[in-house]
Write a protein that binds this ligand. Structure first.
Ligand code: ZN
Length: 86
């Protein structure tokens, strides 16, 4: 358990609380930012995976294309799960 300072009123609160008990300001903003970043990574993984898979397929590298398509699909599924939970 650690103490954090509320960005709104400066009150010391426990870091496991999601909102400041004094002014009700949400304390988990940094976590939300990192989750958005993670979502972006999944989206990039999905787009890159499928683009590279299409490219490899065009060039005749079927096995590489399948592997890359799987990476893309994993990225997509992770993205959907993330969006569905929030
Ligand atoms: Zn506060």
């Amino acid at each position: 358990m650690a103490l954090v300072l509320c960005p709104e009123c400066g009150e010391e609160t426990l870091d496991r609380l999601t909102n400041c008990p004094l002014c009700d300001k949400p304390l988990a903003e940094e976590q939300q930012t990192s989750e958005t970043t993670r979502l972006l990574i999944y989206a990039v993984l999905f787009l890159l995976g499928l683009t590279a898979a299409t490219l490899c397929n065009t060039m005749g590298y079927t096995r590489t294309a399948i592997s890359l398509a799987i990476v893309g699909i994993i990225g997509m599924v992770a993205m959907i799960l993330k969006v569905g939970r929030s």
